[in-house]
Design a protein around this ligand. Structure first.
Ligand code: HAM
Length: 424
């Protein structure tokens, strides 16, 4: 036997019935985002590497350790996108989108790539539903976006008590310089306790130390200075207003002054959502996001404020506790022809029903009626159409109601109407 070629580690095939649950999530996401007037953006999966270095940040786990980066045949370094915001901002700037509309709301849905240690809820190819809003820096935008995300999770069936929103404010970059100094002196005093990454980051990007997952660093981080204490009045007032508006929208949230995000572009409000529902395990952060008011400008555009989030699809699916089968569409009709003559007669009839939008499975293999009906039941068909020599001769088809077990003879011309009545 030939050896089975393996799929790439951390990258999954998604098969039915699981794919039905995916489609349900995707459709709900489109519906909710549409209600908030977001429109879909599709960008390439591959970008030139410097885009991510300049946006996500050179000294981040994503860029330092996780990107799939290689030279293409022209010798230019390209990377599989590890996230969607960088491409959205690139497209926004390339298209001079601010000239077309004052406020742009985009969403996207698709695969992202990070070479992480694969485990439950952590993949190397994973999917995100993301949204980005450009052109409005008001605190109400932040509140609206977080409330939209919670609404989506609710629509997906997550119980409100299992959706934990955490928010924080990173203030403005200027405010963070004072904070950076405070961190340098704190970690400098504990230099012997720093791991290798953190020691390096102390020189390059001390804020990133706060994001470390190393348990020893987490303990040290617990006593690090808190950013919110050094924020100016404007940033604090803004954050207070975001909280007030969130309260008005009925969003339950907690402020975590130690929340930082793993990407460098954030300013002001940041947020994460964890879920205790379903089957998530340790990787229970289902979504994250925040403001990035300086990013458009840093990629050569004007000073346009922006905010966004991304929802991890696989993690969200794990939090949705209903089994994949429950999202499967029921099969409408099963066609069971007895023999070659019946098949010849029935195939055009089934074809016509399909073109009229009925979901029809047709048995092409010769089998006993019993075996065919068994298969129809297994497929959860509502009705079976049975065609034997008598049916072909009379033009009357046997229609069996698989739920009730009853059957009747239906003239071919009335078949569609009869089936629709049963399927309603
Ligand atoms: P992020 O926090 O890096 O943010 O990713 C968002 C979500 O993607 C995470 O909360 C998680 O659910 C999911 N995710 C991330 N990595 C993996 C992985 N290896 N396996 C499975 N799921 C994963 C961003 O990507 C930002 N672009 C969000 C954003 C948009 N900020 C502003 N606009």
């Amino acid at each position: 036997m030939a050896e089975v070629p393996p799929g790439v580690k951390g990258m999954n095939d998604i098969l039915p019935p699981e794919v039905s649950k995916w489609q349900f999530l995707e459709q709900k996401a489109r519906d909710v985002l549409d209600a908030f007037a977001y429109r879909e953006l599709r960008t390439p999966i591959l970008e030139y590497t410097p885009l991510f270095v300049r946006t996500v940040g050179e000294v981040t786990d994503v860029v330092e350790k996780q990107m799939y980066t290689f030279d293409d045949r022209d010798g230019r370094s390209v990377s599989l996108r590890p996230e969607g915001t960088a491409s959205a901002v690139r497209a926004y700037v390339n298209e001079s989108q601010w000239n077309k509309e004052p406020v742009t709301r985009w969403y996207y849905l698709g695969p992202m790539f990070r070479h992480e240690r694969a485990q439950r809820g952590r993949l190397r190819q994973f999917y995100q539903v993301g949204a980005e809003l450009f052109g409005a820096g008001e605190p109400s935008v932040d509140a609206e976006m977080i409330a939209m995300l919670v609404a989506l999770l609710t629509e997906l069936g997550l119980p409100a008590t299992a959706v934990d929103v955490t928010i924080n404010s990173l203030g403005e970059p200027e405010e963070r310089t004072a904070y950076r100094d405070a961190l340098v002196s704190y970690y400098g005093a504990h230099r012997d306790q720093l791991d290798e990454d953190s020691r390096r980051r102390l020189e390059t990007n001390p804020l990133r130390i706060l994001d470390s997952k190393n348990p020893e660093m987490v303990a040290l981080n617990a006593h690090a200075p808190i950013l919110i204490d050094v924020l100016g009045a404007a940033s604090r007032d803004r954050f207070a207003r975001v909280r007030e508006l969130l309260g008005g929208l009925g969003v339950r949230y907690e402020v975590d002054p130690r929340l930082v995000r793993g990407l460098d572009y954030y300013t002001s409000t940041i947020f994460e959502i964890k879920s205790s529902a379903g089957d998530l395990g340790a990787q229970n952060t289902v979504a994250g996001g925040g403001r990035y008011d300086r990013l458009v400008q840093s990629l050569g555009g004007p000073a346009v404020p922006a905010i966004g989030f991304a929802l991890g699809v696989e993690r969200t699916l794990l939090a949705m506790s209903d089994p994949a089968e429950s999202y499967e569409p029921a099969l409408g009709v099963f066609f069971a022809p007895f023999d070659a003559a019946a098949l010849t007669y029935a195939l055009p009839i089934a074809h016509e029903l399909r073109t009229k939008g009925l979901r029809v499975e047709f048995e092409h293999r010769s089998a006993s009626v019993g075996a065919m009906l068994k298969r129809a039941n297994k497929l959860r068909a509502r009705a079976a159409v049975i065609i034997g020599p008598n049916e072909v001769a009379s033009g009357q088809l046997t229609v069996k109601d698989l739920a009730k077990g009853t059957q009747s003879l239906v003239p071919a011309a009335e078949l569609e109407a009869k089936l629709r009545e049963m399927l309603d």
